[in-house]
Design a protein around this ligand. Structure first.
Ligand code: NAD
Length: 489
């Protein structure tokens, strides 16, 4: 069976680890490859390779540092179909979703190519007579990047292009559940011509991530994953005096007012809830209908959920793929059952799905739990599967109050034709990414990915200016040059 390799100091190396796991195609349960959980020595070698290449890489002018990124963008575009196919096979999402993910990954590379301008400092002449002061940005050192399973191409690119463009060197640890995409992208990174040691890849699970975080030569940690792990990573890295940005899980409310345009709203809302089989940190998972919107929208949402085409992501017309694993499917089904036990009504039941030709796959069909009790288990649990929880509020103020009771704050959306209601919502709702008649408010690469509350630990988020702040340290220089007459002294 194919064993994935590490990429350390410009060379592909076989891990000596005996521990590891098979990677399964979630639609067929077929084994695609085997990923090693690298040894502590291999993690150390990757960090040392990154540390050794740092002094030289930071001396390369920014305009030259971005040249391999321009090449990487082109290479990723040339290999778009191959990469999308890999994502479908190891993750299960549809081909269209995989292509969308890749587009956003490439967009981050494009933005990072602007580093010569984005990294500029500022200058004040004459802060006192004959004295000037200026700020310059310098790289931080070795950056560790630890990513989740659900966007195997995009999420590493929220960080890597900015980190290296700013003059840092990196070690990437992809998710052990979907590491094949990053393995292939690493091949393209190599082809793009980064000097050896600037970008390194080490495979593994939680222990490898922890070894990276603890390594004394790692200066910064960029993490994306579930909230319990994000919280731990944040605490551990911060206690060691490192910079850390840790993005966590989500439970995203989506409010529908009676004046929302029905057809478009139903399509966008169901795409948000069931896209990526609900395994998206920006999936709407708690729909709150206001007043008459309940009667108007609930039957339409139920129809849309029931008619969604579920299957293998490469098959024609498929709108939703499987979830990542058998364990994940069992966990989601048991949460649906818990929802019923705590009083929600199972309006659409997607359990026990059988997809002809893919009987061994980890499929669920779209599910709707109506009347989720406020404050209960389902209310505040990230299900991370194709399950729409529905609640009802008498007015927009009550809907916002319910949304703000959630402990997460990744995204909140509203559907309405009232500008005043939308403005009130935008102002009051406690979340970092807001959608107004938008179901997946994913920030473009030139905006920060702004999770709040339990969805984020840190202060500087991924992407664009936040990434540049994160991957550089500021140096302020106060400078005086004595005029000619001072030479006499
Ligand atoms: P996960 O937390 O299980 O794993 C994420 C990464 O952490 C993996 O690389 C894993 O190997 C590593 N890891 C596991 N245990 C660890 C430990 N104890 N210490 C350090 N690292 C450890 O998450 P997942 O299931 O792969 O991804 C899904 C989760 O990610 C969901 O909760 C989702 O909401 C979240 N997510 C958040 C965002 C965001 O931007 N906020 C984006 C995508 C996904």
């Amino acid at each position: 069976m194919r064993r994935l390799k590490n990429y350390i100091g410009g060379r592909w190396v076989e891990s000596r680890a005996e521990d590891g796991r098979p990677i399964l195609n979630p639609a067929t349960a077929e084994t695609l490859a085997w990923v090693p959980f690298s040894t502590p020595e291999e993690v150390d070698a990757a960090v040392e390779a990154a540390a050794a290449s740092f002094p030289e890489w930071r001396e390369v002018p920014a305009v030259e540092r971005v040249q391999p990124l321009f090449r990487l963008k082109r290479l990723m575009e040339e290999h778009l179909d191959e990469l999308a196919g890999l994502i479908v096979d190891e993750h299960g999402k549809t081909l269209k979703e995989a292509l969308g993910e890749l587009r956003r990954a490439i967009e981050n590379i494009e933005v990072a190519c602007g580093i010569p301008i984005l990294m500029q400092g500022y200058f004040s002449e004459d802060i006192a007579r004959g004295i000037d002061e200026y700020m310059i940005r310098q790289p931080v050192g070795v950056a560790a990047i630890i990513t989740p399973f659900n966007f195997p191409a995009m999420i590493p690119m929220w960080f890597m292009p900015y980190a290296v463009a700013c003059g840092n060197t990196v070690v990437i640890k992809p998710s052990e559940r979907t590491p094949m995409t990053m393995q292939r992208i690493m091949g393209l990174i190599e082809e793009a011509g980064f000097p050896p040691g600037v970008v390194n890849l080490v495979n593994g699970a939680g222990e490898v991530a922890t070894a990276l975080i603890d390594h004394p030569r790692v200066a910064s940690v960029s993490f994306v994953g579930s909230t319990p792990v994000a919280r731990k990573v944040y605490a551990r890295a911060a206690a060691a005096g490192k910079r850390v940005q840790a993005q966590g899980g989500a439970k995203n409310p989506l409010i529908i007012l009676p004046d929302a345009e029905p057809e478009l709203t139903v399509r966008i809302v169901t795409d948000s809830v069931y896209g990526n089989a609900g395994q998206r940190c920006l999936a709407a998972s708690l729909v709150i209908t206001v007043g008459e919107a309940r009667e108007k929208f609930l039957p339409l949402l139920a129809d849309a959920a029931t008619s969604r085409k579920v299957g293998y992501g490469k098959d024609e017309g498929v709108e939703m793929g499987p979830v990542i694993s058998a364990e994940s499917k069992a966990r989601i089904e048991s949460l649906i059952q818990k929802g019923v036990e705590e009083g929600a009504k199972l309006l659409v039941d997607g359990r026990g799905a059988k997809i002809p030709g893919y009987e061994k796959g980890f499929f669920l069909r779209p599910t709707i739990l109506d009347g989720v009790p406020e404050g209960g288990l389902i209310f505040n649990t990230e299900i991370f599967g194709p399950v729409m929880g529905v609640m009802h509020a008498k007015d927009v103020d009550e809907a916002i109050r319910i949304a703000n009771r959630l402990s997460y704050g990744n995204m909140a959306c509203i559907f309405t034709s009232s500008g005043a209601a939308a403005r009130e919502f935008r102002h009051k709702v406690e979340a970092g990414n807001i959608g107004i008649n938008i179901g997946v408010a994913a920030p473009m690469a030139f905006f920060p990915f702004s999770g709040w509350k339990q969805s984020f630990f840190g202060d500087l988020h991924a992407q664009n200016r936040h990434a540049i702040e994160f991957f550089t340290q500021t140096k302020v220089v106060v400078e005086r040059w004595f005029p000619e007459w001072t030479r006499e002294f």
